[in-house]
Ligand binder design. Sequence first.
Ligand SMILES: *Cc1c(COP(=O)(O)O)cnc(C)c1O
Length: 381
Amino acid sequence: MTSRRSEDGVPFLDLRAMNDEVADDVDAAWQEVLSNTTFIGGPAVERFEEAWARYCGTRFAVGVGNGTDALALALRALDIGLGAEVILPANTFVATVEAVVAAGATPRFVDVDPATLLMSATAVEAAVTPDTAAVIVVHLYGQVSDMDALARVADRAGIVLLEDAAQAHGATWRSKKAGSLGRAGCFSFYPGKNLGAYGDAGAIVTDDRDLAERVRSLADHGRAPSSKHLHPLAGINSRLDALQGAVLTAKLARLDGWNAARREAVRAYRDRLQGAGVRLLRGIAGGIGAHHLEVVRVPRRDEVRAALARDGVQTALHYPVPCHKQEPYERFSFAPLPVVEQAAKEILSLPLFPHITGAQIEQVSNSLESAVRQDARAHAS
Ligand SMILES: *Cc1c(COP(=O)(O)O)cnc(C)c1O
């Protein structure tokens, strides 16, 4: 994660204004943790779990150590492991496939829709085999997938629908929150996410009590709910710290406001970049995104990116090497994925955070427009 102060340039991400807003609340909650000395779990974590479940509109939320564990533990709790196939898009953060492999299951990558870069229900349906146990929907960049169509396909195929909502805190599909739309929703609270902790953190939300209890046990050394000394499951250690619970509770109160500020910033970018020679992503009607990232597509991306860097505009790439091209996962590549592969060469993530200013957006846009025009001229002659 890059978070750098720059006098004339524009940083890709600046978390300080968010931290300043919650500093007093975090200090007070941290003093409470220091006096009760429950550093893992305890009241600060329970308060956050209750608040997060309420916010997501689910019955249960279980805090865990990070988003990758949230995904792997959800799969393990559902007994999706050896011999089971799990469908997922290839253009996601590597953690999605990593979790599938950690659970012992076989990933099956699919291509995405060229307009949204999200996995379509048709592609999922075509990838189902007799061994398919689940599909993981990734709300990439904070955009929401067509959950009605995906739920229909999952139902028809008799497979579990899981959400990787690590980039979609507060996004909605037909007024329901991302994470509440499948059997379970998995979140990361990595510091750079829309709801970010002061270290690693994650959670699973679900309406399924058994699933929530199994995840809680698996994340706490497989411990029985009724006994500190019995371990009926072979678990791991992936618990949420009190500090992170306190930070996340304080930040949750501001999440909707911060997401609204992101949405405004994205609106400003898109108004300004109409006709500027870049391709914008489309959303799906019915979804309201959380705008974790603002990704545009440009030809000869690396040249354009270098020109922006010379202007002091910091950008990032999500993700230039698709999962099925990463060495450990190449063997799960069953078919070419042309949309993902082409997009990987063109995508460029622009600076975006709740406190980005209009002047910063203007500066990024000016720099981007002139870089694209200059590059086009250079290649026309
Ligand atoms: C961040 C992220 C994760 C993993 O989260 P960690 O907390 O870093 O383990 C998983 N999936 C996606 C799409 C992410 O963006």
